[in-house]
Design a protein around this ligand. Structure first.
Ligand SMILES: Nc1ncnc2c1ncn2[C@@H]1O[C@H](COP(=O)(O)OP(=O)(O)OC[C@H]2O[C@@H]([n+]3cccc(C(=O)O)c3)[C@H](O)[C@@H]2O)[C@@H](O)[C@H]1O
Ligand SMILES: Nc1ncnc2c1ncn2[C@@H]1O[C@H](COP(=O)(O)OP(=O)(O)OP(=O)(O)O)[C@@H](O)[C@H]1O
Ligand SMILES: [Mg+2]
Length: 284
């Protein structure tokens, strides 16, 4: 393992050892302790049909149920946030059936996401010509989902649960202030492999646990695997995070993603936290 790899593993909070049972207990306790400390009454989380939101949802539902057993009024509110008709809707329904949320709220984000896109096309010169229009639209969808989750959370005295974890944080693979925004992060420090282990232990079905991860943001490439976008496999990313030696080009590629997405893991830059010697990058 290189020194740089070790520094990153530490910065992302990935533990050397992993006991799935203990991790589940620690994360449920974190969610319930924090909700009580904050005086909150609910957890709010979008359920996509992927393993991250399934696992975070199972942890949040367990935390809400446990709090109620102690006499504290808490609920888990799942949100379905499809953009029109979702290609893997049956997986999302299967995830909901696995979690059994206290309540499920469905909001179709298509009209809101398309309305912003249309306004931008009409008013921002050059926006419609860009070859990356579908990509920008994807980030708008992610941010639209977060608008819906925060609106619901504020109406019920709830906290928004995020699904960021070490593998996505490493790659900067989230929309800044979209799915990257949240109040609590119960999957923090886990790689994909460990999330899957936890999900299985919580009783999730194999079909959902081992489903191909997808951001599913681009209209022209539905269910595009994350691994296509990375040019790397989750096996390589997970091995890197567990301190294992991986192929040289995969190692270099991960370091490049980590470097160029540093701004996404940091608070907004201000005069107090900027030094001209620190190398910024406008690439992501
Ligand atoms: N050096 C710098 N210092 C401070 N800020 C900087 C910056 N460089 C760019 N920025 C800002 O950051 C913006 C780019 O970041 P951002 O808006 O996030 O956009 P970006 O990183 O370009 O795109 C998001 C990526 O995350 C993926 N994603 C999104 C959502 C969910 C999932 C998933 O797995 O489910 C994956 C998505 O497929 C895409 O590849 C720039 O437009 C600029 O405003
Ligand atoms: N269609 C959707 N409906 C509700 N929430 C969504 C939807 N798409 C994305 N989200 C939210 O955005 C988060 C980020 O998506 P991401 O793809 O990283 O996670 P996932 O779908 O749960 O798992 P995987 O990465 O394995 O696909 C999800 O965990 C979920 O909370
Ligand atoms: Mg997904």
């Amino acid at each position: 393992m290189t020194n740089q790899q070790l520094d990153i593993i530490r910065a992302l909070g990935v533990s050397v050892t992993f006991d799935p049972g203990l991790e589940i207990e620690r994360r449920i306790a974190f969610l319930s302790d924090y909700l009580k400390a904050a005086g909150g009454r609910a957890y709010v989380l979008g359920i996509s049909g992927g393993v991250d939101s399934l696992t975070a949802g199972l942890l949040a539902q367990a935390a809400a149920s446990r709090l109620r057993e102690t006499g504290y009024d808490a609920q888990f509110l799942a949100m379905r946030l499809p953009y029109g008709r979702q290609a893997d809707e049956s997986d999302a329904q299967n995830a909901l059936a696995t979690i059994c949320p206290d309540r499920t709220v469905t909001v179709n984000i298509k009209s809101a996401a398309d309305a912003i896109m249309d306004e931008l096309r009409g008013r921002a010169g050059g926006f419609s010509e860009t070859a990356r229009e579908d990509f920008h639209h994807g980030n708008i969808k992610a941010r639209q989902r977060m608008i819906a989750q925060y609106a619901l959370a504020s109406s019920v005295g709830g906290l928004v649960v995020g699904t960021d974890h070490a593998a996505e944080a490493l790659m900067g693979f989230f929309t800044k202030f979209g799915d990257g925004a949240a109040d609590v992060l119960p999957l923090s420090g886990l790689n994909k492999r460990r999330i899957r282990t936890i999900a299985l232990l919580l009783g999730a079905p194999q079909t959902l646990v081992f489903k191909t991860p997808t951001a599913d943001l681009e209209t022209n490439a539905p269910l595009r695997p994350d691994e296509d976008a990375y040019g790397l496999s989750y096996e390589e990313i997970d091995d890197f995070l567990e301190g294992k030696v991986i192929g040289r080009s995969a190692h270099a590629r991960i370091l490049e993603f980590y470097r160029t997405t540093a701004h996404k893991r940091a608070p907004p830059v201000a005069p107090e936290n900027f030094s001209p010697s620190s190398r910024g990058s406008c690439r992501t």
